[in-house]
Design a protein around this ligand. Structure first.
Ligand code: RIB
Length: 248
């Protein structure tokens, strides 16, 4: 199985704070740590750790050498990772004492995807290969269309959700991996079961994994609905917890 991740790579600046700051407020942070992140890179690393053959087709800026090295260290194939002019993406993340977070994104290189580059990358993949997408890069709709033409299996994590994504025809998606906020945005429903049913009605051929945070996940596979409880852990930092799914 080959998985191609077309997604973001970021430098994450994580500030420990007493509370997530409010409009107009200035607060002192308690510490600063820098990590590698971006929903694309986070998911590619998780796949690499699970022993999957994974490729990342993302864009980094001229400051992106260590993001590239991070991919290599985690066994991610970087043949389709390009360096472009300007800065790599980054995120400013506040984490409060309860482990809750708030994220400010700077897209940088992640927002420089061009159709020619996408076509060139996808030419190396075919039916049976999996394409894993999130919503932190530009040209997402074009990528979905082109991967669909190639009969790839498309997995979409519609995060962070926005109006543009809500307007896409997601019937080409094989697996939708989303949380309750995204579920509500896409369906207008408030309860997980209603979200699943509304999504199933709209996208009949799409399998769904609806993550419920500490409550686990509700999954719809073909016509079966399965509940997966989550593994109980103490929350230290919830950043990126939604990028991967960890169940018992
Ligand atoms: O989901 C967490 C990720 O969101 C962080 O790594 C940050 O870079 C943003 O992309």
């Amino acid at each position: 199985m080959r998985v191609l991740v077309m997604g973001s790579l970021n430098y994450d600046f994580v500030y420990e704070v007493d509370h997530i700051y409010r409009p107009g407020e200035t607060i002192e942070s308690l510490s600063l740590e820098t990590y590698y992140g971006g929903k694309g890179l986070n998911q590619a690393i998780a796949l690499g750790k699970a022993g999957v053959q994974v490729y990342i087709a993302g864009l980094v800026g001229e400051d992106g050498e260590s993001l590239r090295n991070c991919c290599k260290e985690h066994g991610i194939d970087t043949a389709y990772l390009k360096t472009v002019k300007g800065k790599s993406g980054h995120a400013v993340i506040q984490v409060d004492k309860n482990g809750q977070n708030s994220i400010l994104l700077y897209g940088g290189a992640n927002r420089s995807q061009r159709k020619e580059n996408i076509d060139e990358v996808l030419d190396n993949f075919q039916a049976g290969d999996i394409l894993l997408l999130q919503n932190e890069i530009n040209q997402l709709e074009y990528i979905i269309d082109k991967a669909w033409e190639r009969k790839m299996t498309i997995v979409l994590n519609p995060s962070p959700i926005n109006k543009e994504l809500c307007s896409y025809d997601l019937s080409q998606i094989s697996v939708l991996l989303l949380n309750e906020i995204e579920g509500e945005e896409l369906t207008g429903a408030a309860k997980p079961e209603d979200m699943i049913n509304a999504l199933k009605k709209k996208y009949r051929n799409t399998d769904i994994v609806l993550t419920l945070g500490e409550r686990g996940a509700l999954c719809s596979f073909r016509n079966e609905i399965v509940y997966e409880p989550s593994k109980k852990v103490e929350a230290v930092d919830t950043t990126a917890a939604g990028d991967t799914l960890f169940t018992d």
